[in-house]
Design a binder for this molecule. Structure first.
Ligand code: CTP
Ligand code: CA
Length: 232
């Protein structure tokens, strides 16, 4: 990014980052999950701390170590993540929703391991909607808090990918939306990433590709610009 390696442009700022992927239990031994490793969100938390921010990292089933210098709140389900982010967001200057949140959870959670029955060839699980945490934050008054959403999309056409991102930013009431393409072979678990950041006027305010750490700094540059804009 364009700043000195030791830039402290986030000094005194409270930054909340959610990272990882939620798990929704079915019974004591099984869950519905997703392939988010948490690497991109953790890189943002680490980079923000390095730039002087007071960081709360809400980690959902992280597959990578949490960085030092952050307050870490471990969560597992979408409802736990919602509770943690709601209580941390109140006095935050920035909330970054990098976590992959399950859209649905099993309607019933069994207290005992679910057993198959002899001859049973099919099984269905009823799911119910989880709250949309980002949309909830976006719909509530949040003056002075920059809300950053992510969109993980499998769309391969670049202009349609951006259109999905623009629609998602508006639907969620986010100030910035980071779009990244995911698929069987890229996005999740990889060490590199490529993103576009969409701003409030629907324009692409930043584009970055490379290590998840360099992408994290580019996203923070876009957030810093947005904070400066909001302060005008
Ligand atoms: N998100 C959230 N709560 C949910 C689902 C998603 O806060 N229940 C947040 C994610 O953390 C991310 C953004 O919303 O910042 C977009 O997530 P994504 O799954 O890409 O979008 P959805 O609105 O769930 O749409 P889709 O049907 O494409 O999954
Ligand atoms: Ca979703």
């Amino acid at each position: 990014h364009g700043l000195d390696a030791d830039a402290r442009d986030f000094a005194g700022r409270r930054v909340v980052v959610t990272a990882g992927g939620t798990r929704e239990p079915l019974d004591p031994v099984r869950f519905l999950g997703n392939r988010s490793s948490g690497k991109q969100g953790v890189a943002i938390a680490e980079a923000a701390a390095a730039r002087g921010a007071e960081v709360t990292l809400i980690g959902a089933n992280l597959e990578v170590a949490s960085p030092g210098g952050c307050r870490v709140v471990p969560v597992s389900t979408a409802l736990e993540l919602q509770q943690a982010v709601t209580s941390a967001a109140g006095d935050a200057d920035v909330v970054v929703m990098a976590a992959a949140v399950a859209d649905f959870r099993p309607a019933d959670v069994s207290d005992v391991k679910i057993k198959k029955v002899d001859g049973q060839e099919h099984m269905s699980i009823e799911l119910v909607r989880n709250p949309d945490i980002l949309a909830g934050l976006g719909a509530a008054p949040h003056d002075g808090t920059v809300l950053v959403g992510f969109a993980a999309e499998t769309e391969s056409d670049p202009s349609r990918l951006l259109e999905l991102g623009r629609a998602k930013r508006r639907a969620k009431g986010a100030d910035l939306l980071v779009v990244n393409r995911v698929g069987w072979n890229h996005g999740f678990a990889a060490d590199e990433n490529a993103v576009s950041v969409i701003g409030a006027d629907d324009t692409v305010t930043a584009e970055a590709s490379g290590t998840k750490m360099s992408v994290a700094h580019a996203i923070l540059d876009a957030i810093a610009a947005r904070i400066a804009y909001g302060a005008e």
